[in-house]
Design a protein around this ligand. Sequence first.
Ligand code: NAG
Ligand code: NAG
Ligand code: NAG
Length: 379
Amino acid sequence: MKAGVGLISSLVLFLLIGAVFTQRPRQRKPTKRPPTIKKPPVRKPVVPTEPEPQEPTDFPPPILGPPSIFPDCPRECLCNPSYPNSLNCENRNLRAVPVIPLRTHYLYLHNNYISQVTADAFNNATEVRWINLANNRIQRIDKQVFEKIPALLYLYAQRNQLKEVPSGLPATLEQLRLDRNLISKIPPGAFSKMDNLILLDLHHNQLSDTGLGKNTLKDLKSLMQLNLAHNTLKKMPSGVPGNLIQLYLDKNLIDDIPKDYFKGFNHLAFVRLNYNKLSDKGVPKAVFNLSTLVDLQLAHNKLTVVPLFNSHLEHLHLNHNSIERINGTEICPYEMQADLSDNSLVPKLRYLRLDGNQLHPPIPMEVIMCFRHLHAVVI
Ligand SMILES: *[C@@H]1O[C@H](CO)[C@@H](O)[C@H](O)[C@H]1NC(C)=O
Ligand SMILES: *[C@@H]1O[C@H](CO)[C@@H](O)[C@H](O)[C@H]1NC(C)=O
Ligand SMILES: *[C@@H]1O[C@H](CO)[C@@H](O)[C@H](O)[C@H]1NC(C)=O
């Protein structure tokens, strides 16, 4: 059995490392400019995180689309006659948003060099449902742009240079992606009317506890996915609405979770706190004992003991902490003597990662006895 577990362990380790790395953005490294090249006197890009272009003067000319049967089709875009409600302007080296025709429902503007979004281009675009502005160089979005689009459901503006969350977003919005910007501030009330927002992605920004604000999130009654990973939060975000299912907070500076933090959540299933500063002191004894929790990730912290968890938990990541011992009797979420003919009482844990700690195989017998669904332990 030991050998079996060992073999599976190394396999799982391999697979899981793959999984961990795929979560990271596969961004090409910015190519370093040789220092000898003279910089043009025009403004420098704020951060050289985007791979290209290096300087505004490097922008290639816009690519024109094919001739269109639609007289209102912007020259730079593609208007497919089979999809009259779609406007494809992605990958066209655009510097500005073209005038959007009234018939547009799905608007694709990603992978261009757009630096600001102004209201005039959208004057007639009142029917738009989806806008993809990802991977541009947007620093500013006029407040009036989205106010006038009452049907907007998805707004994707990740990989830009926004410093704050745009204001005047319509209450209809269901998905808002603003990850990989330079956001350090959320204006008060930015989300106050957004009853329909299901997904909010702000990962990889510069949000601190004060930048996020206390009551910023509390009105997001429909929110199910919140991603605040890769920011500079020291505290757990406050006012997170109770319908949340996924809470991602990896790569912040969080060292403490208030005892009742998760009390108001009735659906929370995925919690990620990898790469924070959690020690045993900052993790109250039963804080993760939630019956809805399915996946708990606490890798790369400073824990020395395994926190208590509920019998419904399926995945637990504790790799790269300082755990020295593991006591199967203590972490088993039921009495080991209990009658387990009722299969529903058997703890559901299937994956357990313990590598990168001060633990050595074999896995204690009590752990195997308790967690009978365990497929793989990485140690
Ligand atoms: C908006 O639509 C009206 C009527 O359909 C048209 O006359 C006008 O030129 C349009 N404006 C723009 C900026 O396309
Ligand atoms: C954990 O939660 C379960 C209910 O899901 C409860 O019965 C149990 O007493 C709790 N354990 C601790 C240590 O709080
Ligand atoms: C594990 O914990 C139980 C209960 O606290 C204790 O009785 C037992 O001796 C511990 N086992 C080991 C190996 O430390």
